[in-house]
Design a protein around this ligand. Sequence first.
Ligand SMILES: [Zn+2]
Length: 191
Amino acid sequence: MKLDRKALGWIAISLLGLIIIGLIVLIIRALRGSKKVTYTFSEDLEKFLSIMHPSVEDRFRELVYKMEQKGYTVIPTSSYRTFAHQARLYAENNKNARPGRSRHNYGFALDINLRKNGVQIRKASPIAEWEATGIPQIARQLGFTWGGDFASYHDPVHFAINEPSTDELYQKAVAQFGSDPKAIRGNQVKL
Ligand SMILES: [Zn+2]
């Protein structure tokens, strides 16, 4: 049987179409699959991550996972902080945020130190040392705000999600729990 050029052309186009559809299906499956991945960590990290706001917890897990992939031990120092705890911090140092004015009060921020080869990178470490880890760049790519980028306050241990605004979170917290700071559960604010 002899196929003319027109028939061959149609066969080629059909095959190409099938290949493209197949690739699209594979890409969609891969993207869906990657979103379902849940990361689990050391008991210490879990203690801090499990109390973050449920709407952003998985994003923090992904960030910490990427830090570990870079070969760092991630040492959490703060995540969700109650309004009462924030009030104590503000009383100690008025450079600290007032109760309800920190992303930590809603479980939207995580403070960490990093350790590799016996060297610990901490709050007092220079910005250049943090940048050299490659982690601030990863955090920015994932949509996090990094405290090392703050103009007025050196806080490179701090990684946060900035949406919704602190004003909005505060208003929702008061609407849900009332104005007594002791009654507010910031990490349970309904968005
Ligand atoms: Zn912080």
